[in-house]
Design a protein around this ligand. Sequence first.
Ligand code: ZN
Length: 657
Amino acid sequence: MKSLWDEKEAKQFTDDLGLRVYTSRLLGRDKTLVLHGGGNTSVKITEQNILGEQEELLYVKGSGWDLETIDRLGFSPVRMEHLLKLARLESLSDPQMVNELKTHMTLSSAPTPSVEAILHAILPYKYVDHTHANAVVTITNTENGEERIREIYGDRVVIIPYVMPGFDLARECEKIFAEQGSDQTIGVVLMNHGIFSFGEDARQSYDRMIDLVSQAEQYLESHGAWELSSPEADSSGSPLYKELARLRNELSKASGFPMVLQTKQNAQTLGFANHKNIDVISQQGPATPDHVIRTKRIPMLGRDVGGYIKEYKAYFEQHSPNAKEETAILDPVPRVILDSEYGLCTVGRSAKDAAIVCDIYEHTIEIILRATALGGFKALPAQDIFDVEYWDLEQAKLRSGGNPPVFSGEVALVTGAASGIGKVCVDSLLARGAAVIGLDISSEIEGMVDRQDYLGIVCDVTSEQAIRDAIEKGVRAFGGVDILILNAGIFPAGCRIENMDLANWQKTMQVNLDANLLLMRELYLLLKLAPHGGRVVVIGSKNVPAPGPGAGAYSASKAALNQLMRVAALEWGKDNIRINELHPNAVFDTAIWTDEVLQSRADSYGLSVDEYKKRNVMGVEITSHDVAELAAEMCGPLFAKTTAAQVPVDGGNERVI
Ligand code: ZN
């Protein structure tokens, strides 16, 4: 493990809090130290308050902040004097503790201080750093972990047996630290949890963390428990999308909400899922309590969702004293699935959640394999894990999310998504919480949006194989397709029937009609498995009800597509798939309408560009955004009982009205 300290970078941070921000970010950059909001840091600073008095404050990481991206506002200033008094109480409940922390800050807009604030306060050093370093967690999760830690660090660290995070841990820590701490002490190891380092300046505390964790890594290396041999990848590459969509459907039904299912099939995940002792090593519990809310206590092995839930409920009843009253908060759906064929699948209420679980579990695999190589992975007893999973504070965190967006956990696929109406449809669907798969023939589709809930795939929709490959890729990323926006289309140059070239006619039919048939055919099963029912929106054209001269191929292709939409509505209604169509007209904010083209068209009508754009009954301009928003709404609850509708988006057209 390398120190990431950079003298030049560090110079940009001049004061104590600034340097606290800097080294917190350094810790956050290394995913083997902290993952997704894990870990916390603090600095003690004396400031003058509004009465002119000097006051010592603990600036401690606020909840909801990630060390990697934290800034000054991410630290909550809490009065040290009060924290030290709290530490002397016999007991303090979690809600009381949170109340005390919140009411003794000097900045009302600061975030809620970390639940470890009291622990940070009692450690008598200016800077305190806390991580869940993989190497330390690996060693503490073995049979004789404590002995090993003692062997590695001697009296440089104080060892604290496992206690649930919060007030009791702080008290325990204070007691043991008072007995065992010395001027040799540079850190604290929390069994089955993580490690603290501290120092008089930011760099010293950070460097000590790096040194301590490096020593743990070297220990693993010298005990043949560092290098992980990955067996040859046995990913057959055979399509899984139908099975994965069925599995996601079951998980979503069990949870009562649509869930995203992400599949990671590689040498490491397949190797682990096929480990000869997988039913032992994966079923002990998570590597650190910090992960339990996200990963659940144990992964599901194989595909028996019903069996997993039954066992989970039994575990819940066995460990919860008030099982009956608490069933309201029971969420028995697995978040991690290990399958000999799929590898690792992770489950979340959003694509971001599923991606976080995937990240955490990939680290967990390394921890378990290394601990196994060291002599055997041994997690906490089930009751301790249960206590964290159903901890008031964690449950409050889960509940504080507010109402999820309307398409939360759902997956949409948009064709022709790299530009024009398709591109804005991607935005409208993402804004409503859907994960989005964008298809386009242009390679711009791939990097178009940089988010975990977006996947851009280059795809020629006239190729059956390309469509199947794209679906496979999309379903491995998100688990299914619930919403389909058929937008890809071409508008050939104007041409009268007597001059029509057959190749051009056929090309238009191929893209505007045949491709949509293929997409509908291949996606039917997935739409049928959509937890909230399948929804399709066809981007039609004003040319369907009101064709124009010179647009024979285009008008005929869109009219045929319109008829296909109506047949689909008849055939698929019983499968809870609804399909509707928009007929936009004169949407000029797309790539084909350059300023020159607009000007020449306007000139030919003797109008200004502005008048030309608003040539409709209402005298309004129609934008891609107008169309995309309506397309997204057609997939939402307002249109829940509407199928085969054709809605114009044209500001009113006399020929259509
Ligand atoms: Zn921790």
